[in-house]
Design a protein around this ligand. Structure first.
Ligand code: ADP
Ligand code: MG
Length: 525
């Protein structure tokens, strides 16, 4: 529908004929509906009893997950307002690594509450102001909920376990995985904080998740260039080459006219000599292990194998970078440039075969800052979901260690937030008060959803939780094994980093208020 304005009697077209325009209430409610629908779609995955989703893409690839950000990103969402909820989950993932479902669910409910307010003739700007004020109160409530005890390894391990519950990790496994995660984060702790990027996760199908372990170094998908090479080298001195160890082909195709046997033999000798030269240069340099991003001729590989040198060929660029940063080696572009300073070192380099896969472990390198969580699991879907769970757990443990601030999980912090907002709302005048209280109602959806997902009546649970929060000060809906009880989450080790809660409130408020303020949608064809 083209928009028309009249100017001096002449119709003036300011939009192309094909553009779509929705205005006023229609625009608001269509945006709100889309945003709500997206948030609603992840609701059932929240918490320890949250269900998983199976997502099948157009190519038939299947992902089974409980992770909010992953689900929303795989859903191929087109509506621009709905897309903003996906962004809430994305920014949550990026900033703190966990709490993506929580953030999306809160954002959706802030929109739902806004819809009711609009129907009661509360103006969008009043809603926006009220939401921002309520968010400030929420941040104060989070600050008050922070655990006074020092965040020690036990608490860090609880943070890890709380973030992994419901993600395909059960019972004993969860505990040992949590400890592995804490150990990994401690390993990359520096004076300037946690170098989270130095922890990588490598998945390998084939054993149960119990076999997951911490490798003090890196793991790359590589096999030795020759089967006679050693499977293990200790105190390795290693070089990384971006060099082809084969007969130089040159830039132009050269053709040699060979007209005698002598000439042919001479050519072959020259080639052999060149290859032998490579092997000798490497052996003379003192390298025990060579990683190269290019091909290695079989004859060079054989010669090096005879000398006990371990060679990996056709290394990917990111693997080469990883090996370089783990061992302190410098990549070299020409063999003749290889100097002592270019060498890296590692305590131990060994290769292992898992089913069809060959892996190289580079442990205790000179620049041994990196550690790898080597994740095992029975099938591809299992290891993939475990990887996502462990990545989240690594993020939350890093966050909790850096800030030293954790709050009770299991809905207890949300109950305290909603409670504080309602108390302070009493002092806020006019219609804005309605918006502030609505914010509290939207926060209630977290404990309500946790209850619903454990098969409880959400209203009863909410009433009980509020009462327990009032009388005992800290109350969450604890899921442990088959039991669901209302108790102090700290007593049960259900803890989340304060930053996860803060970020969820902030990003959800931002997206919801942005959507509410829109009253005109102009879409080009
Ligand atoms: P998100 O994507 O928001 O992190 P999760 O599915 O990971 O969603 O659920 C997180 C919620 O589950 C948090 O509120 C956390 O406190 C809660 N939680 C974790 N473990 C337990 C438990 N044992 N009992 C009750 N709630 C728990
Ligand atoms: Mg989580």
């Amino acid at each position: 529908m083209a928009q028309q304005r009249r100017m001096g009697g002449q119709p003036m077209f300011i939009l192309s004929e094909d553009s779509q325009r929705t205005q006023g209430r229609d625009a608001q409610s269509s945006n709100i509906m889309a945003g709500k629908a997206v948030a609603e779609s992840v609701r059932t995955t929240l918490g320890p009893r949250g269900m998983d989703k199976m997502l099948v893409d157009s190519g038939g690839d299947v992902v089974i997950t409980n992770d909010g950000a992953t689900i929303l990103n795989k859903m191929d969402i087109e509506h621009p307002a709905a897309q903003m909820i996906v962004e809430v989950a994305d920014s949550q993932e990026e900033e703190v690594g966990d709490g993506t479902t929580t953030a999306a669910v809160i954002a959706g409910n802030l929109l739902g509450e806004a819809e009711d307010l609009i129907e009661q003739d509360v103006h969008a700007t009043t809603i926006v102001e009220g939401y921002h004020e309520a968010a400030e109160i929420a941040l104060d409530a989070i600050a008050e909920a922070i655990n006074e005890a020092d965040v020690d390894d036990e608490i860090l391990s609880q943070v890890a376990e709380s973030s992994m519950t419901g993600k395909g990790t059960g019972g004993l496994t969860a505990k040992s995985l949590a400890e592995t995660v804490v150990e990994a984060i401690h390993h990359v702790e520096t004076d300037d904080g946690v170098a989270r990027d130095n922890v990588t996760v490598h998945t390998q199908i084939g054993a149960s998740s119990n076999a997951t372990e911490l490798v003090p170094g890196i793991v790359v998908d590589e096999e030795p260039a020759h089967e006679a090479m050693p499977a293990e080298v200790e105190d390795a001195s290693l070089a990384i080459l971006d060099v082809e160890l084969g007969v130089r082909t040159g830039d132009v195709d050269a053709e040699y006219a060979i007209d005698s046997i002598d000439q042919l033999n001479a050519a072959i000798d020259a080639e052999e000599g060149e290859l032998q030269g490579y092997a000798e240069t490497i052996v003379d340099s003192g390298a025990d292990v060579v990683f190269t991003t290019d091909d290695v001729d079989d004859r060079v590989a054989t010669a090096l194998a005879n000398e006990g040198v371990l060679v990996f060929e056709n290394l990917g660029d990111s693997d080469a970078r990883q090996v370089a940063s783990a061992t302190g080696a410098r990549r070299v572009g020409a063999l003749e440039d290889l100097e002592d300073e270019d060498f890296g070192s590692a305590d131990r380099i060994h290769t292992e075969t898992y089913g069809d896969d060959d892996l190289a472990f580079v442990e205790g390198g000179a620049a041994a800052e990196t550690v790898t969580v080597f994740v095992r699991g029975g099938t591809e879907h299992v290891v993939d979901e475990l990887e996502r769970a462990i990545e989240d757990a690594l993020d939350v443990v890093a966050t909790a260690l850096e800030s030293g601030e954790v709050v009770p999980g299991a809905g207890a912090t949300e109950i305290a937030i909603a409670d504080k907002i309602r108390q302070e709302a009493a002092g806020i005048e006019g219609r804005k008060q309605l918006a502030v209280t609505s914010f509290a109602d939207a926060i209630d959806v977290v404990p309500r959803t946790l209850a619903a997902n454990t098969g409880q009546d959400p209203i009863d649970a909410l009433v009980d939780l509020r009462a327990a929060n009032e009388s005992e000060g800290r109350a969450g809906l604890i899921t442990s094994g088959d039991e669901v009880t209302i108790d102090d989450p700290f007593e049960h080790g259900v803890v989340d980093p304060a930053d996860v809660k803060r970020e969820a409130i902030e990003s959800a408020t931002e997206a919801a208020t942005m959507i509410v303020r829109i009253d005109d949608v102009i879409a080009a064809e």
